[in-house]
Design a protein around this ligand. Structure first.
Ligand SMILES: *Cc1c(COP(=O)(O)O)cnc(C)c1O
Length: 505
């Protein structure tokens, strides 16, 4: 095989410039058209040929047939589905290096590569960005917040069961990772594990399923008149069950509304005290919400900042890189306040060939012993690059612009004759103070509302994802791209929503 590395690097640079131009163009649509999708599908081979078509033809096939059928979810600032983020120029550059040099960041081998040092530094810079104390500089990069929720619940499961063993006076406490869940529960005299939360992301239930806790054992302890805030009395009554070990999970950023499960330091302190009292683990799912912490300390952001205040009191935190941090898929992060905990769960025992250098005293843990994967992508490099390039001020400006756009949309919808902003409660002022970077809306007219997301997405000018709210369909506008420009993008959103309302169904 004859590969011209320099030519591919030039090619990569050219592609970056082309993507940049597409994204700058006001004409850019957020979804591919039907004919591009059909053409791309028709071009897919039915089986593997004995002879390859070669580099050049493959390159042309991907650029001419497949790329036009991709969506603009990360490239366009007006793709508001899910929470997708984009890719900053520095992260895009670094990601090219990651593929070209293909470092496997699994064992800390300081004589062989600087990759683990860079990853560890990147995690520290992220801790700084999120204004967490440096004793939170412990954890790992994962494939996303789902994986990070699995890590959090796995560490929590380990911790709370050992705590239960100690409570019944066992002197030789064994780890769940060692003796297994069934044996550990039995030994600790426990009949169940429960997760107590309010309106969690679906991935938390998935994590409960994966870890043998069970989706059924995720219980909700919200106030009667609120879907998201903790009812501390309900929480405590469930924590009191002597036969259950508990993980309390905080939705630091609820995915439909962008609102927060806690409203300030005092509530996090209460959660902390209850968890300490009953030997429970406190996990925060801050996938996108945690980036509220980069906003400046000014009255307009006070409510959002309070929503992610006090999370340093938790035991573990899950976050996403490929959303608000605007680095490419896949990238998430997991932070843990207890240094040794992940090792109980994830260590690779009896693998001498995987042992890192023991002579260094710098204590950078080998990633394979503290996370799910062994072989791993160097996904920390784009994080490192982006944080270095833009700093906390750069990220602050990005998030502020996103909040500005979300609030412009929310304010306009609040007075709109055809639409509701959800959840419907409170004054306009209260709504705006609570609005972070998600706007949830529905059409007042049921007929239109049933097709609202489809009608909006048909325009291909903006993309929203459909959801449901109190048994009615709803649409989410989630703003997470670094390219957002509030005034420019608001004009497009307004035009699309007005035209959809006017044309009806
Ligand atoms: C997106 C999201 C997740 C899942 O993250 P992935 O990166 O898709 O794995 C978990 N929790 C919250 C709150 C999210 O928004």
């Amino acid at each position: 095989m004859n590969v011209d590395i320099k030519a591919s690097a030039r090619e990569h640079g050219q592609l970056q410039r082309e993507l940049w131009e597409i994204a700058q163009s006001e004409k850019a649509t957020v979804l591919p058209d039907a004919s591009s999708l059909a053409k791309a599908r028709a071009s897919l081979p039915q089986s593997l040929a004995d002879d390859g078509i070669g580099y050049e033809s493959t390159r042309r096939h991907i650029l001419d047939d497949l790329v036009p059928a991709f969506n603009m979810s990360s490239i366009s600032p007006r793709y508001y589905g899910f929470v997708t983020g984009g890719v900053t120029p520095a992260a895009l550059f670094a990601d090219g290096i990651v593929s070209a040099y293909d470092q496997n960041v699994q064992v800390h081998l300081p004589q062989h590569t600087v990759a683990t040092d860079v990853e560890h530094t990147a995690l520290g810079l992220l801790v700084d960005l999120l204004r967490l104390p440096r004793d939170w500089h412990n954890g790992t990069f994962s494939t996303g917040a789902t994986a990070s929720n699995v890590l959090g619940l796995a560490c929590g499961r380990e911790y709370v069961i050992r705590a239960a063993m100690r409570r019944i006076g066992m002197t030789e406490v064994q780890s769940v990772g060692e003796i297994g869940l069934f044996n550990a529960m039995h030994t600790a005299g426990l009949s169940g594990l429960q997760i107590l939360t309010t309106m969690p992301h679906s991935s938390l239930l998935k994590a409960a399923g994966v870890l043998g806790i069970g989706r059924f054992n995720v219980a909700y302890v919200a106030k009667d008149d609120d879907y998201l805030q903790f009812d501390m009395t309900k929480l405590e009554s469930k924590l009191r069950d002597p036969y259950k070990a508990t993980i309390v999970a905080v939705s630091c950023g609820e995915v439909n509304t962008g609102h927060f499960a806690t409203g300030g330091l005092d509530e996090m302190q209460q959660l902390r005290q209850l968890c300490d009292k009953y030997g429970a683990w406190l996990h925060v799912d801050g996938a996108f919400g945690i980036f509220g912490r980069v906003l400046p300390d000014s009255p307009e952001y006070a409510v959002v900042r309070k929503g992610c205040e006090g999370i340093e009191l938790a035991d573990s935190i899950a976050g996403d890189g490929h959303k608000m941090l605007n680095v490419p898929y896949d990238c998430g992060f997991f932070l843990c306040r207890h240094k040794g905990e992940a090792n109980y769960v994830f260590k690779n025992p009896n693998a001498a060939y995987l042992t890192g250098s023991s002579s260094d005293a710098d204590m950078i843990p080998s990633p394979l012993n503290i996370g799910l994967e062994n072989s791993r992508r160097f996904r920390a490099l784009p994080v490192y690059a982006s944080l270095l390039a833009y700093g906390s001020k750069g990220y602050q400006a990005i998030v502020e612009e996103q909040v500005r756009l979300a609030r412009k949309i929310a304010e306009w919808l609040y007075d709109h004759p055809e639409y509701n902003v959800l959840p419907e409660a409170g004054s306009k002022q209260e709504l705006l103070e609570k609005t972070y970077m998600v706007v949830l809306l529905s059409a007042k007219d049921d007929k239109l509302n049933n097709q609202l997301a489809a009608k909006i997405d048909e325009t291909r000018k903006i993309y929203v994802s459909g959801s449901s709210w109190q048994n009615r369909p709803a649409c989410r506008i989630a703003i997470s791209n670094w390219r957002v420009q509030a005034d420019r993008d608001f004009a497009v959103v307004k035009e699309v929503l007005d035209s959809v309302a006017e044309n009806g169904v």
